[in-house]
Design a binder for this molecule. Structure first.
Ligand code: PGA
Length: 305
């Protein structure tokens, strides 16, 4: 059977979308060009690969077989590409990295140090919340993710690389500011400005209070840590944030960390990939960089000052 990789690529797109139009759009081809490639492939196979069902198309039995093999061949070609890139070293390469909203407070610093080490590399950084990160991993839309501990029932590899303590913040004038070992019970009348439901910080905070049978009063919800810090400063309530989001606020005395029993909530930052994913060389290099001694100096302190 004589066929070309291009024909297989076109076939794979039509079979995936079950639409000539959408495959043509994806491949930036005209629809007649797509139809011609499929016709030629069907001639080479000697069997039809699609059949018409009214306005829809579906795969024939031979089409199913072609789909299976064209996907496997596509994956092998991607792997070949990666191996060749690896042979060239990590001189070039594009890293697709996604990080939790909170991790953005340090991710750019880590990426900057990595870029200095590997000047030919580029990266795209997506900053989003925990739920969106897990979706990206399941859809294989990113190489590496930095987030809190992912759920164990998903097929993911997670490696902890830095502590991520969550602390309670209050405006400097708050009556509890400066008190030592405040019992949790004293927070009963306090309202908390909380992150959105899909955030890792929010999930960890709710779990902490639930485990202690504490009825948490949440007021406003905000999707950014800096909005929470501003709200707390303005007296809208207490907040729970990662210590890594507190930079100048503590130094400038605009916010204080309350010394509450059981706090900080001990969390860690994880580097997460889909299980057994063969990382592109640049992603592997970033992974090794974060785990190595050179990055140790860039890690943030684990405990509140
Ligand atoms: P978040 O994630 O920014 O979605 O809250 C941080 C975390 O998981 O601790």
């Amino acid at each position: 059977m004589h066929l070309t990789l291009r024909q297989l690529e076109v076939f794979e797109a039509v079979a995936r979308h079950l639409s000539y139009t959408r495959a043509a759009e994806e491949l930036h081809l005209s629809q007649p060009a797509v139809s011609m490639q499929i016709r030629q492939l069907e001639e080479a196979a000697g069997l039809p690969l699609f059949e018409k069902l009214g306005k829809q198309i579906r795969l024939t039995e031979a089409g199913d077989e072609f789909f299976h093999y064209s996907q496997a061949i596509g994956r092998q070609l991607e792997e070949l590409d990666e191996v060749i890139e690896a042979l060239k070293g990590v001189q070039t390469g594009h890293l697709r990295i996604s990080v939790a909203t909170t991790a953005n407070y340090f991710a750019t610093r880590l990426l900057a140090a990595f870029s200095q080490r590997y000047p030919g590399t580029t990266f795209s950084l997506d900053v989003t919340n925990r739920k969106a990160l897990l979706e990206q991993l399941t859809r294989n839309e990113t190489d590496l993710v930095i987030m809190g501990k992912p759920p164990e029932d998903l097929d993911l590899d997670a490696t902890a690389f830095m502590e991520n303590p969550l602390v309670i913040i209050a405006p400097a004038r708050h009556p509890l500011a400066g008190r030592k070992s405040i019992p949790l019970a004293e927070l009963r009348d306090e309202v908390f400005v909380a992150r959105e439901q899909q955030s890792g910080t929010r999930i960890a905070m709710e779990r902490f209070f639930q485990e202690r049978g504490f009825q948490l009063k949440t007021g406003m919800e905000m999707t950014s840590n800096s909005a929470i810090k501003h709200a707390v400063e303005a007296g809208l309530g207490l907040g729970i944030v990662s210590i890594h989001t507190l930079e100048l606020e503590l130094e400038a005395g605009r916010l204080v960390v309350l010394d509450v029993e059981g706090f900080p909530i001990e969390r860690h930052w994880y580097l997460v990939t889909t299980k057994d994913k063969r990382l592109p060389p640049v992603a592997r290099a970033f992974f090794d960089f974060l785990m190595g001694d050179d990055a140790a100096g860039l890690m943030l302190p684990g405990v509140a000052a």
